[in-house]
Write a protein of this length. Structure first.
Length: 277
């Protein structure tokens, strides 16, 4: 197996077994997380993201490129993130390895210290505001990704798709850095400071779209803190709450494309909301 490190093709030296085809096999035993696309393992101080299907090569390489571009920008800010070290093929599946960040996520801290929950969310808002101060013209556009996700939806009719796409097209175009998946579980605190992880979906775009996505994730995973989060962000950034809310049907439709059964009913309700008080 080959590994690409800093643009150089190298041989991998961390395999433990060889299969009957003579191929190297890496043993990844410490499974720590997963998504619909990949599993994450901790191995020798690295977080190894292994994509579940060999045909996810493009997704892996694109996520690695996105991560690397964000690294380049954030090195000039106070925001810390894991450094990606290599992209490789493990047992026929594409993977990438980055720093394993030890510590506790904000989600864990909120669960352990509910009396401090609002202060943790305020910290997340501070981080998100700083993220949105960065400009990322080299990243793909968030609006393009949202449009693709809406167009492929099977759960809504063509009229509703047209309405959502028309609304999306009318939204202002920005080139701010959008994490596109920021929530308490993607922020880690340790003795070295605060780290933001999971940058593979980052895009350039409108900060309010990013806030709308975080608000929906908060509604799903921390519903009692969702409104506090949105009010705090709008207060700190000077953003109109109604402006953020205008993105909610669009972002809800895009999230629906992931086809997570437990989220469907909730997201469909948001898609049908047109105006806000």
């Amino acid at each position: 197996m080959a590994i690409f490190t800093n643009g150089i093709l190298k041989n991998c030296v961390v395999f433990l077994n060889i299969n009957f085809k003579g191929e190297f096999i890496m043993e990844l035993k410490n499974h720590i997380a997963e998504s619909a696309l990949y599993d994450v393992y901790e191995s020798d101080g690295m977080a190894v993201r292994v994509y579940k299907k060999p045909e996810y090569k493009e997704k892996c390489l694109y996520a690695a490129l996105t991560h690397a571009r964000v690294e380049t920008t954030l090195c000039h800010s106070s925001i810390k993130m894991p450094i990606i070290h290599d992209v490789s093929v493990i047992d026929g599946k594409w993977s990438m390895s980055m720093d394993w960040i030890k510590g506790k996520t904000l989600a864990e801290l909120i669960e352990e210290n509910p009396d401090k929950a609002e202060s943790y969310i305020a910290k997340m808002v501070d981080i998100q505001c700083e993220i949105h101060q960065q400009y990322m013209p080299l990243l793909s556009k968030l609006k393009d990704k949202l449009a693709r996700q809406i167009k492929t939806l099977g759960q809504i009719d063509e009229i509703k798709k047209y309405e959502l796409l028309t609304r999306l097209d009318s939204m202002p175009k920005h080139i701010k850095l959008c994490h596109n998946n920021l929530e308490p579980k993607n922020i880690i605190i340790n003795d070295d400071g605060v780290y933001v992880i999971d940058w593979g979906s980052a895009r350039q775009g409108n900060a309010s779209a990013d806030v709308a996505k975080t608000y929906l994730l908060m509604c799903l995973h921390h519903p009692k803190l969702a409104d506090y989060y949105l009010n705090k962000y709008c207060q700190l950034s000077g953003t109109s709450k109604k402006y953020v809310q205008g993105w909610l049907p669009i972002v809800a439709a895009a999230q629906l494309e992931k086809n997570i059964e437990s989220e469907k009913e909730f997201l469909l309700k948001w898609i049908d909301v047109v105006e806000y008080e």
